[in-house]
Design a protein around this ligand. Structure first.
Ligand code: ADP
Ligand code: MG
Length: 355
């Protein structure tokens, strides 16, 4: 989907009214009848038809021919528009720039505020509220994550990190230091009651200037009290071990173990972020809906999560500067074998369907 900054500024008040009416109508109609759009918008009939036509031309709404009646639905583009308009109304952002990434479940754009400061706008296809809740508490508690700025509907506005994803890094001066600071982050997460759940080279950014890691992408985070927490924890640890072995030929006998990490009081956090998140407005009900959705996606997925490794071309890879020294991981207990749980990796979900 292409975003257009001019579109954002030059939608008329009436067009916005009609688009909002379509969104409101969608709450109880899959296809919103034109008569309902007219009624909600409070505009005159003839005017509404013309406006719907112009919104449809710009792909903000789509006409759907129903068996019983014709009507419209909001497209992802329309949903994106409403969210960005909300963010720009609050002066959180002003203009929209290039798309810099397409993730598994999102589009990532560079945007700016009215002073030209660049930020990242992540348009989610799923779970923005959950990611927002996690990013906020993690940031407030000093974890290396982007600064979260604002959230509306399915969008998150956050700090732009001048960095390379770890997967693009060909060589580093001392892989051991990065390895241990990443394992450290996994341990800090766990001691705060959380497991990232997708802690891999795609979701770890390496700052261009300092070589320090920044973690992104939180919609799948789970609590350490989740029934399969240990399995998720081990998978995160394993992702890092495997990546360092394959990419940097680096192996270490030291890596964190779930039970030891939780049992070790020393260095433990005095806050439980899973509890904080639950209290932050992302309710148990939201979590349940999300988990059901993820299970559905998982069932539809035939499971090919391993093929992400080492397929990318080496020419876009970078060297990074030396990391500042970090403490070593000191935990060498035996490995726990994972319970028989399928891989929860999520496959592409970007479709042009009704939000
Ligand atoms: P997904 O949930 O779809 O995997 P991510 O949050 O992992 O989305 O983002 C996808 C890509 O976009 C990342 O791999 C990274 O290259 C880029 N990106 C995301 N957030 C930022 C950010 N705050 N700063 C810079 N780049 C980012
Ligand atoms: Mg990601």
């Amino acid at each position: 989907m292409k975003l257009d900054a001019t579109d954002l500024r030059y939608v008329t008040g009436d067009e916005f009214r009609v688009l909002t009416a379509v969104e409101m109508g969608s709450k109880n109609h899959e296809v919103v009848p034109t008569s309902l759009i007219t009624q909600i918008s409070g505009l005159r009939n003839g005017g509404v038809n013309k406006i719907i036509g112009s919104l449809a031309k710009r792909n903000l709404v789509a006409k759907v021919q129903n068996s019983r009646y014709d009507g419209y639905r909001l497209t992802y583009g329309g949903y994106d528009f409403l969210a960005m308009r909300a963010l720009s109304k609050r002066d959180s952002m002003y203009s929209v720039g290039n798309q810099i990434g397409v993730g598994k479940e999102s589009d990532i754009h560079i945007v700016a505020d009215n002073e030209g400061k660049e930020m990242v706008l992540k348009l989610h296809r799923l779970a923005a509220q959950k990611e927002w809740a996690f990013m906020k508490v993690l940031h407030e508690h000093g974890f290396p994550v982007p600064t979260p700025f604002d959230q509306a509907r399915h969008c998150i506005l956050m700090e732009f990190i001048d960095a390379y994803p770890l997967r693009q890094i060909a060589d580093i001066p001392s892989p051991g230091k990065l390895y241990s600071s990443l394992m450290d982050i996994i341990v800090r997460f766990a001691r705060a009651g959380l497991i990232h759940g997708d802690f891999n080279e795609f979701n770890i950014l390496i700052r261009r200037e300092t070589g320090e890691p920044v973690v992104i992408d939180f919609p799948q985070m789970v609590s350490t009290s989740h029934e399969n927490a240990e399995w998720y924890f081990n998978r995160d640890v394993e992702c890092i071990k495997t990546f360092f072995r394959r990419r940097f030929k680096y192996e270490s006998a030291l890596y964190p173990k779930f039970r030891r990490t939780l049992a070790n009081e020393e260095g433990g956090e005095d806050f439980q972020l899973d509890v904080v998140v639950a209290a932050s407005g992302f309710s148990r009900k939201d979590m349940k809906i999300l988990e059901e959705y993820m299970d559905e996606v998982e069932e539809a997925d035939t499971g090919s999560s391993d093929e992400v490794e080492s397929e990318e071309s080496e020419d876009d890879m970078q060297d990074v500067p030396e990391l500042s020294s970090k403490k070593e991981i000191v935990d060498t207990a035996s490995v726990h074998s994972p319970p028989p749980l399928q891989n929860r990796s999520i496959s592409p979900t970007a479709s042009d369907e009704e939000p």
